[in-house]
Write a protein that binds this ligand. Structure first.
Ligand SMILES: [Zn+2]
Length: 72
């Protein structure tokens, strides 16, 4: 049996701009930072990246967070 690979997306919370990982197909997601509910069907949600696997997605997420943390 093949392991089920869920596709992941990296989204940005419309309220607080916090980057986070969600599984594709998820209808709503609660922001890990500001705890607001993000409706995935709304176009305001910014999808920054789509990955084949959670591992890949978390690597991209780490990079995005590092880039953001870098001082100007
Ligand atoms: Zn948020």
């Amino acid at each position: 049996m093949k392991p089920i690979q869920k596709r992941c997306a990296i989204i940005q919370c419309p309220k607080c701009d916090y980057f986070q990982l969600v599984y594709l197909g998820t209808k709503s997601h609660r922001c890990a930072f500001c705890e607001s509910t993000i409706m995935m069907k709304r176009s305001r949600v910014k999808i920054l990246h789509i990955s084949k696997s959670p591992r890949d997605a978390s690597m991209v997420l780490m990079k995005l967070k590092q880039e953001r943390a870098r001082p100007k």
